[in-house]
Write a protein that binds this ligand. Sequence first.
Ligand code: HEM
Length: 504
Amino acid sequence: MFAVFVALVLIVASWLAYLYKDIYWARKKCDWMPHAPAWPFIGGILEFGGHTRTIDDIGRLLNNPSKLCFLQIANHWHIMVKNYDLMEFVLSSNTILDKSSEYRYIANWLGTGLLTAPGYKWRQRRKIITPAFHFSILEQFVEIFEANATIMVSKLEREALDKESVDIYRYITAYALDTICETAMGVKIDTQDNKNQDYVFAVKDVSRITLTRAFSAWRGIDFLFQFSQDYKNQQKNLSILHGFTKSIIDKRRQLLNEIKPNNEDKEKDVFGRKRKMAFLDLLLNATTVDGQPLSMEDIREEVDTFMFEGHDTTASASSFAIYLLANHPEVQKLARDEQIEIFGKDKEKTVCYQDLQDMKYLELVLKETLRIYPSVPFVGRITNEELNYKGHIIPKGTILMLHLYGMNHDPDYFKDPEEFRPERFQDLSGKYPYSYIPFSAGPRNCIGQKFAMLEMKSIVSKVLRNFELYPTNPPHKLVLSAEAVLKSLNGVNIRLKKYNWAQN
Ligand code: HEM
């Protein structure tokens, strides 16, 4: 019996030694930066006090002159980065392209689509997908943005006008889901009319579970996670999400087949309307380097990636922009004056791409919103070789956690960082380009950045043309949570009154 016990102890000890041996060396090699307190085995997990405190907790660890911190969590180690030079070094690199291990939680849903793809696969996919964001394609989407925004305005008029408080995020997120689905997949899902709610719920729940796993010592371990209730929820949700995407891909494939080739109608859809090119069409027609069409799985993971990256990010940012406008009447006035200049007497005139380009002040408002509330607060990479950075070693296998939120709120880069001042972007000299990178930077930057700015301008413009925005009484205080996308856990509440455009 004693021998079995000793054998067991030896097995466990060897297993732990195997798991933790690299950390010992990583610690030593990273002695050129401050280290977060670490307990045996669990490391620095106790430094974190739950997801509403993640931003502050990381900010605290980085509050030192180097703006760097070595952090061990279980058997992984991170370098947390708010240091300008290292941020630039990582993001501008053509070799530090692999995403960190936290992304594998979302990979259950997104597979290895563009966001999560390892470097070698990413290059090929990025080449295939880049044309989908050409100006001529984005231009076609303006009509879809506007049509869905009209539905949202009617809903707000019915349900939210003159109420004490309305959570604008709820409305914008449904708008953004409808919009990304119609643009990316070419189909309407009408979530604004309360359809496909199981899909909407599954999107939300999978995002929540992803965050919980990224910041939990035991849920991050696949073997333990499979015994939790969230594992069961996740499996159910994934089957809804993947089933939905597959059925959409099938429908779109069928629709494209029904359009007669070499026929003057080929630019029209089956309903006789001018056919819009969806990203999905591009994927259905794409081939790999060896001339093979993309498989169903290849297409599905890209469509899921766009559904995720393309709605939650813009929904959060647009809601925060509207919240900031409601709380800053002088900025709201300037933004509306610009709308009046562009739309003249007719607030319902057909909006075109150029109109959105002309909204220069609104663009400053959105940039400043993304500085204060960056939709993606952190970006993670992993090193797959040992790196030499200014004579220091960054070991192979290091997770580099880039704190975009922290940079944006650092007074060394932005004077009075907590103040909402869109004008600051008018004369930002460009001295520190990597201090403001809401869409990341370098080769793996956000492919949807132009799409996002257009969509956000479109929806905020529509709201400004139809409503006066006010803070709630007392003013609503946001409870921020750094999920995969930055959110407010208690909603984004404001008050709305009808804006009388005729007075202009
Ligand atoms: C306010 C809106 C948005 C913000 C702030 C934003 C921000 C970002 C950031 C920071 C990254 C880098 C993520 C990382 O390295 O982990 C990224 C990547 C990406 N974004 Fe966006 N995004 C926005 C909207 C969109 C939209 C609308 C789409 C699609 C229509 C999109 C699609 C993507 C994709 C596919 C990637 C991965 C790119 C690659 O690795 O090549 N994003 N985004």
